[in-house]
Design a protein around this ligand. Structure first.
Ligand code: DGY
Length: 322
């Protein structure tokens, strides 16, 4: 494919944009970083052989209808539930993602949330910034210990394992996990226990961390009934995808004391975050920072370029998902 039209939907780290332009001077960057939206994405699919979207670009089935120019979609992100891959494949488009390079960084974010919610760090920060802190006292803002508590992992893939290892080897946490797929990566965690149901994890764990893909049967996996299976002293951490948790049910569970707290990095319908959650003190809310380090975002971008180069050279892209 000589000099394909290449559309990048958002700003990328400078060094990756530089490399993209070195390899493909014709690439169209989004210098203003304004989301293309459905109309812009539809136009890109009609005009460009290559579109490089990211996890906040919604490429739903209807965008793949009709005459399209695009042959390759290189998603900047490991999760690709933003793309209707079935519709893309039907339209003859190859889709890739960026697994592996963001595992540790995203696991660090999950641990950040876990520690912040257990130790009320968000509340504490708000108190100091608002000038309302009146000083040390024995009963001030007591939280929950993390060390030695049980961690429950739902979705024991690369990131689930990385979180479990941090929690076990760093904080002495016993690990219980559930996954629906047979293959679970080697975790090397002594005593880690695989159980048959989500419910067994929920009933056992002091912290429940979600690490499955979004969409499909995982949508609202954590609904009212499942939240009620957690201990009233337990915390939920979601650094995976927002739609896995029913946010109305979560807000209610946090308000009523069904669970003790939650740490969230992702939301249904982000960047909107329900007011019901924003008004609560016992939830830590981060703006989808999972993989947001210079090193990792650069590695993700370089992996998109590897996928693209393989495709353009007629090889199988290393991270092909459709
Ligand atoms: C991903 O790659 O899916 C992450 O959510 C981006 O931070």
């Amino acid at each position: 494919m000589p000099d394909p039209v290449i559309v990048v939907t958002r700003r990328w780290p400078q060094s990756v944009e530089d490399e993209l332009q070195r390899r493909y001077p014709q690439a169209r960057l989004n210098v203003d970083d304004v989301p293309l939206g459905p109309d812009g994405l539809r136009a890109a699919l009609r005009q460009a052989e290559v579109v490089l979207p990211t996890v906040s670009d919604r490429l739903s089935a209807e965008l793949f209808e009709g005459e399209l120019c695009t042959r390759f979609l290189g998603n900047f992100g490991v999760g690709y539930n933003n793309i209707d891959v079935e519709a893309a494949a039907k339209a003859g488009i190859v889709v890739t993602n960026t697994p592996g390079v963001l595992t540790d960084t995203t696991a660090d974010t999950a641990m950040t949330l876990l520690l912040m919610i257990a130790r009320r760090a968000g509340e504490g920060e708000r108190e100091v910034r608002s000038g309302n802190w009146t000083g040390w006292r024995p009963t001030h803002m007591m939280g929950a210990d993390v060390t030695g508590k049980t961690l429950g992992i739902l979705g024991m893939g690369r990131i689930g394992v990385a979180v479990a290892r941090r929690a076990h080897f760093g904080f002495g946490m016993p690990v219980v996990y559930h996954d629906t797929v047979d293959f679970v990566p080697q975790h090397g965690i002594p005593g880690a226990r695989r159980v048959h149901t989500v419910e067994e994890v929920l009933e056992t764990a002091d912290f429940v961390s979600l690490h499955m893909p979004g969409g499909g049967e995982n949508t609202h996996l954590m609904d009212r009934a499942r939240l009620a299976r957690m201990k009233p002293t337990a915390f939920l951490v979601n650094s995976a995808r927002g739609d896995i948790v029913d946010s109305d049910a979560l807000a209610e569970a946090l308000r009523s004391g069904t669970i003790a707290g939650a740490g969230l990095d992702v939301y249904e319908g982000e960047p909107e975050v329900p007011r019901a959650l924003r008004e609560l003190e016992n939830v830590v809310l981060l703006p989808h920072l999972g993989s947001a380090t210079y090193e990792t975002r650069t590695a993700m971008g370089m992996l998109v370029l590897d996928n693209l180069q393989a495709f353009l050279e007629g090889r199988k892209p290393p991270c092909r998902v459709a």
